[in-house]
Design a binder for this molecule. Structure first.
Ligand code: PEP
Length: 221
């Protein structure tokens, strides 16, 4: 992975129309210019292409990621989006988010297949683990430690515990580890200051672009 750290991944989930996303890009892009790390926006699949065009046309310093990809490489899989289809539009794909595991019964085996498909298409999986015991597929470079109790609850893990989980995860490979779960403008610096944590994954506090900018500024301070 050649991107500058810290990585700040904005997972918009099933929120926002194209107009909202275009506004998000216009508001965040000027601030992204000064940011030392890498901002990765993950919109819903239908908007990836328009977002990629807008980023290219304006030279915005924002990268794109998919929120998920298919376990299939391509073919007769109605409704699926394969990594090979998005590879020219985005460099990253979130794989193994706990919402996928819980709501769509995605198993470790399925997630391993998704991670492999992403890598074959040269899309870098941002592989989510719920704790240090979650299996991590071969070849994964970016791991997001996302404890379920912290997701969308306002009840973030402590930076110290996140660091100790990151330390255990690092024993399995030389990953870039990011933290996700109720990251906010108030707590983000505490996570980034941990030397084993190289970024954050943010959902709720990425939805309002001004709020997201304040969060990235809190890292730079
Ligand atoms: C997430 O769902 O990946 C996440 C980090 O959510 P939130 O920021 O809302 O806790």
């Amino acid at each position: 992975m050649n991107e500058n750290t810290p990585l700040v991944v904005a997972n918009l989930k099933a929120n926002k129309t194209w107009d909202d996303i275009a506004t998000w890009l216009d508001v965040v892009a000027p601030k992204a210019e000064d940011f030392k790390g890498t901002i990765i926006l993950c919109p819903s699949h239908p908007f990836i292409s328009s977002a990629a065009q807008k980023i290219r046309a304006n030279g915005f310093k924002i990268k794109l990621g998919a929120q998920d990809i298919s376990k299939f490489e391509q073919g007769a899989y109605t409704g699926e989006v394969a990594a090979s289809q998005i590879k020219d539009l985005c460099q990253f794909a979130i794989v193994g988010h706990s919402e996928r595991r819980q709501n769509f019964a995605e198993s470790d085996e399925v997630l391993s297949q998704k991670a492999q498909n992403a890598q074959s298409a040269l899309v870098s999986p941002i592989f989510c683990v719920q704790d240090k015991n979650t299996p991590i597929p071969q070849g994964v470079e970016i791991v997001a430690y996302e404890p379920v109790f912290a997701i969308g609850t306002g009840n973030a893990d402590t930076p110290q515990n996140a660091k100790s989980q990151a330390k255990e995860i690092k024993t399995k490979g030389n990953f870039i580890i990011i933290y996700g779960g109720s990251v906010s403008e108030q707590n983000v610096a505490g996570f980034i200051q941990q030397n084993l944590i190289d970024g954050v994954l943010v959902a709720t506090n990425s939805l309002d672009p001004q709020n997201f900018i304040r969060l990235t500024e809190a890292i730079s301070r």
